[in-house]
Ligand binder design. Sequence first.
Ligand SMILES: Cc1ncc(COP(=O)(O)O)c(C=O)c1O
Ligand SMILES: N[C@@H](CCCC[NH3+])C(=O)O
Length: 424
Amino acid sequence: MTLPGSPFVAYRDAALHLDGVPLDALADRFGTPLYVYSQAAMLAALAPYQRALAGRKHLVCYAMKANSNLAVLQTFAQAGCGFDIVSGGELERVLAAGGDAGKVVFSGVGKTRGEMRRALAAGVRCFNVESEAELEVLSEVAVSLGRRAPVSLRVNPDVDAKTHPYISTGLKGNKFGIAHDRAVAAYRRAAALPGLEVVGIDCHIGSQITQTSPYLDALERVLDLVEEVEAAGVPIHHLDLGGGLGIRYTDEEPPGADAMIAQLLARIEARGHGHREVIFEPGRSLVGNAGVLVTEVLYLKPGAQRNFCIVDAAMNDLMRPAMYEAYMATAACRLRDEAPVRYDVVGPVCESGDWLARDRDLAVRQGDRLAILSAGAYGMSMASNYNTRGRPAEVMIADGQAHLIRERETPAELFRGERLLPTP
Ligand SMILES: Cc1ncc(COP(=O)(O)O)c(C=O)c1O
Ligand SMILES: N[C@@H](CCCC[NH3+])C(=O)O
């Protein structure tokens, strides 16, 4: 039986393993629903980025929104990565995990003054500024602290990333970045403001991108702008080409990071920009196929039109199917020599949109476990407590050992901080 996604997920003697560890045994030990990650799979996904960029000035800033567990951040920090953050909370996580603020780029359209102050105090590498109004506020905040904030302008290159409309970010109609035709004026303004120091340019065109051509199109537009901005007298040091490289969830065939980067670097050299430092901000491609969500079959419910496989994980644990109708592959943790039945895999949450997989042929019985594959990115990091459900525990396999890296939430933790009204 072939499985899409990670080569680290495989059957051995009819039992599904991640990185050599049987998932049923982890479910027995830690309970379900349970996120399980492989550190080796994360490092294997980082390797092509490092290979392609070796020998030139570069920084891989892991886009931690994809999976922000401290142990995941520690893994990438120890491998030399920086981080792409989008909130003050993410900055605190980087620092708690031992990451280097000097390798942090701070993206996001709505940074608050408080977040700017904290990031300046921590000494982040760069603010990826997304509007002209933000430039003014950041300069003011920096001046009030007697600092100059390093900035890069996130430009919107208006290219089609050819991905799901909800996760496309580089088109004119998106809220992200500064419009291409406003960018030179914005750079002039940034260079004139007392609290700012222009250091780079950046773009990020979307997520789950499975072709190289949108990156090449965006690069041409970014390089055109760099030339215009420098001609206007504002030097640009680094090129941040964002993240967004896709992974295989089912039958997608995204380019390898090394092949994609090699093409971009060749173009950068050819246009005479080879001296610039290059930054990438990959999220999903580093962690997506390094993780699975293990869930137990609670009930099998045959129906006239559809059969339901009701599991203990739900949309609050893994939002991608409900939110984007995303396809997530599922696999039984133990293979049974029985005829499969076609099921919709659904959770206990009171919403018709609470489904994890549709029309899947599964040979499972009550009490069996299923693994939702490719769940290492935008799984736990998007989980909520809807229906007062504690979020799953997380386990990381490192050097053949399973480590609990986040405890399961208890109901008491969920209403900690809430207060009853005074009784009359
Ligand atoms: C600014 C920025 N950088 C990087 C990423 C990482 O994207 P991905 O997980 O698709 O690599 C995102 C999310 O799409 C983002 O918004
Ligand atoms: N959360 C999305 C991707 C959004 C990328 C964030 N900039 C997903 O699961 O596919």
